[in-house]
Design a protein. Structure first.
Ligand code: PEP
Length: 254
């Protein structure tokens, strides 16, 4: 697939996989995907498996990401992990503001913006998640909600930092539900996000930013979604937990 931006396919393993299971999964991915150069591939295991996975992807094309991080550098934040700690495990990307974090841990745009700045300060690339609920879509508010999330979560980033930031559009109603946005629905919102980025950071920056689609991406729908002009990859949850399905998503996206 000839695309303006190199595709990025990222697997969000969420709170799944022991160390042994994570190693087995990543070994399978290395076997299946080690020759793939056309697409950037990222795995985001739970914190506890980062080190073991990092050791298995040395000298491969697969990159490592984390699922969240704290916005502070050090201190009394029991249970939290900072950007510098992630860097110790060769982490390159960090997912921020996933809808599960917005919903269960009350993360808001202002907090996500602080985390994004802290990630950049440590040379980690944030993957910032935005997306509307079903009720918001049905009320015709999808663009208003997403526009506010984009503006709020990226507040304070420089143009250079924005170029090193990834956006993930994940309609909340499509996450883990088996319901996928149609490729036309995805393209419409991705185009809207890119226009919003152009207003905030200028056209040239907006053209460089990768905007991923997330929400029940599977081998069967990957090609159609990834062929949309403003869809620059996928953030994959459930289908990232098995070698076959994740590898097929990657291969079907090429
Ligand atoms: C996600 O949570 O980022 C996600 C897209 O999940 P799923 O692929 O399972 O819908």
């Amino acid at each position: 697939m000839d695309k303006e931006r190199k595709l990025l396919i990222a697997g969000n393993w969420k709170m799944n996989k022991t160390v042994a299971e994570a190693v087995s999964l990543v070994e399978g991915l290395v076997r299946e995907l080690s020759n793939v150069k056309e697409v950037d591939i990222l795995v985001c295991p739970p914190f506890t498996a980062l080190y073991a996975v990092s050791q298995k992807i040395l000298d491969t094309q697969i990159r490592l990401g984390a699922q969240t991080m704290n916005e502070n550098n050090y201190g009394a934040y029991t249970g939290e992990i900072n950007a510098g700690m992630l860097k110790e495990f060769s982490v390159r990307y960090v997912i921020l503001g996933h809808s599960e974090r917005r919903q269960y841990y009350k993360e808001d745009d202002a907090l996500i913006a602080k985390k994004a700045l802290a990630a950049h300060a440590a040379a980690l690339k944030p993957i910032i998640c935005v997306g509307e609920t079903l009720a918001q879509r049905e009320a015709g508010q999808a663009e208003a909600v997403i526009g506010k999330q984009v503006e709020g979560s990226l507040a304070g980033l420089s143009a250079d930092q924005m170029e090193e930031t990834v956006i993930a559009y994940e309609p909340v109603w499509a996450i883990g539900t088996g319901k996928t946005a149609t490729s036309a629905q995805a393209q419409e919102i991705h185009q809207f996000i890119r226009k919003t980025l152009a207003k905030m950071f200028g056209e040239a920056v907006a053209k460089k930013v990768r905007i991923l689609y997330g929400g029940s991406v599977k081998p069967a729908n990957a090609r159609e979604l990834m062929s949309q002009p403003d869809v620059d990859g996928g953030l994959v949850g459930g289908a990232a937990l098995e070698v076959r399905s994740f590898s097929d998503i990657v291969k079907n996206s090429i």
